[in-house]
Design a protein around this ligand. Sequence first.
Ligand code: 13P
Length: 253
Amino acid sequence: MRRPVIAGNWKMNMTASETRVLLGQLKASLAAAGDVEVIVCPPFTSLAEACSQLRGTAIAVGGQNMHWEEKGAFTGEVSAAMLKDLGCTCVILGHSERRILFGEDDAMVNKKVHAALAAGLTPILCIGETLEQREQGVTQAVCRRQLEGALAGLTAGAAARLIIAYEPVWAIGTGRTATPQDAQSVIGYVRAWLREAYGDTADTVRILYGGSVKASNIDGLMAQPDIDGALVGGASLDAGEFTRIVRFEVQDR
Ligand code: 13P
């Protein structure tokens, strides 16, 4: 059985003061989160606040990005060790906004995955196709290329520590969610790819869906056999919405 994960990607939202307020609400509403792993990923400037407020709680903290080098002259970047030292346990890597707006390619994401694992952080690796690619029918090919690129050189033992998030770019921030069947179809493909590459390790890797996940659509997504959780953007900024997402209800999983 894979333990479900609900992760909030706050993107460039929430000052440290706003973080204090939102996490105060979440700590109260998620005091008993049940058997769901809950992660919040605030911006760098709010990580210290989040880590100190959530220490000793069941809510984990992750970064939204990091550099692959350990240290040095890389103005504006932060390292895996810096995240780890604060108390982060994971880091989002290869988000489509990083790829599209900031020029990250598969080779860079690959270096980041290796660096995160070496530092003891769990990578939350994001993959997914654009609308144009979906319309061209190359969704699987795009996901395969991103997986092959990001995971090059990874052993099965290391792959077991990954979380993968399938986030179709056309569903991010658009209010247009993939149907549970669409999401299952691609995520099922990702698991099949993992099985080819790493054998039975494929059964332990958690694969999340991301893209306009809300309280109103989480239950249908979580009912799918290969969807192990969600990477939530906008709805993770609202304590009530995020709490309901964490408390998803599935009849017959
Ligand atoms: P939204 O939930 O706002 O669509 O964002 C999804 C996302 O990009 C999470 O990483």
